[in-house]
Design a binder for this molecule. Structure first.
Ligand code: TRP
Length: 336
């Protein structure tokens, strides 16, 4: 049997996961976890780079994230779910890797530039935040990950990681570090917009969460905007302008039935209420089993802890081995 390739990915524990995560990354992970030796990092140390004054909130979300993962089918028996801050080896590695990158290079990272603008740090940019891509380099290299499934915004991080790995290997004349490949979401589904057509985000409260109740779904879908140019439902409509249809395209298992509804809507005579009710049923049907599974994990704190304990133990072993190898090829070995 050939050894499985390794996959490493992660999330910041800053809030509940929503449908955008579901189609953008979670489904993909569920599918890939049996094919790859999978490590999923809960990046709490990274999350506090812009939440250092609210660590409690981040820590609380670590458990929530585990519940979200398990609820959608990430299987802790095959995927190692672990906590970044519990792997001190990562931070030591970062110290060595930082020698291989210029400050200028870090400053040019487009994602960090954008985030810096959005966050509007009033007292200047914290060094920890500015340098978080360097910590992410270690997250990936410590596990010798072959593939890193991420959103497009993370492309610069993986690019930086590749460069560090190559420079490390060249400098210390080794092939120790694996040059990782990013895997990006393939389908347009991943562009799932928020309920108000803005990017899905917690602060805008425009997302449907995996843990939302049926009532919450009903409230949210009812508020979704419909075609503003249609005077009443007898008039022909433009399904392209109606976000509810975009959602149905992604989530409705009966795509032929949906085609028929789209045609009807175009001709006229279909109430927006009818379309919304269809979406409510589709989303509720999707989320019923997820919600149930989530509830059963969430009430079993011991189970969540044991998932994290096992995952973190496995992760720490791998990172420890890599760190020892790194120090050895660098010549930092003192047999005291
Ligand atoms: N930066 C990622 C995000 O904001 C989270 C993350 C941390 C990550 N370390 C990682 C993703 C390593 C992939 C690989 O979503």
């Amino acid at each position: 049997m050939t050894k499985k390739k390794r996959l490493l990915t992660g999330d910041r524990p800053t809030g509940a996961l929503h449908l955008g995560h579901f189609v953008g990354s979670l489904q993909n992970r569920v599918r890939l976890q049996y094919e790859y030796d999978t490590f999923i990092m809960i990046a709490d140390a990274q999350a506090i780079t812009d939440n250092y004054d609210n660590v409690g909130r981040i820590a609380a979300h670590v458990y929530e994230l585990v519940c979200d993962y398990v609820s959608v089918g990430i299987d802790p028996a095959v995927s190692h779910i672990f906590i970044q801050s519990m792997i001190p080896e990562l931070f030591e590695m970062t110290a060595y890797f930082m020698n291989l990158v210029t400050i200028q290079r870090i400053g040019h990272n487009p994602t960090v530039k954008l985030e810096t603008k959005q966050k509007g740090f009033r007292e200047g940019v914290p060094a920890g935040f500015y340098l978080y891509p360097m910590f992410q380099v270690s997250d990936i290299l410590a596990f010798k990950a072959d593939v890193v499934p991420v959103g497009y915004d993370q492309a610069p991080m993986v690019e930086l990681t590749r460069d560090v790995a190559k420079k490390f290997n060249a400098t210390y004349k080794t092939e120790l570090l694996v040059i990782p490949e990013a895997i990006f979401p393939v389908s347009l589904q991943t562009n799932l917009l928020g309920l108000d057509r803005n990017k899905m985000s917690k602060s805008l409260n425009n997302a449907i969460y995996l843990k939302d109740t049926r009532d919450e779904i009903v409230q949210k879908v009812r508020k979704m905007p419909s075609d503003p140019d249609r005077v009443d439902y007898h008039a022909p409509g433009s399904p392209e302008k109606v976000l509810v249809f975009d959602y149905l395209r992604i989530f409705d298992p009966d795509q032929e039935g949906l085609d028929a509804l789209v045609d009807q809507y175009r001709k006229g005579g279909v109430m927006d209420k009818t379309v919304k009710e269809r979406l409510i049923e589709v989303l509720d049907a999707l989320l019923v089993p997820i919600r149930e599974k989530r509830a059963s994990v969430a009430e079993d704190r011991k189970r969540v802890e044991s998932i994290l304990r096992e995952g973190t133990k496995a992760a720490r072993e791998v990172a420890g081995d890599t760190l020892a190898e790194i120090k050895e090829v660098m010549g930092l070995v003192f047999p005291l």
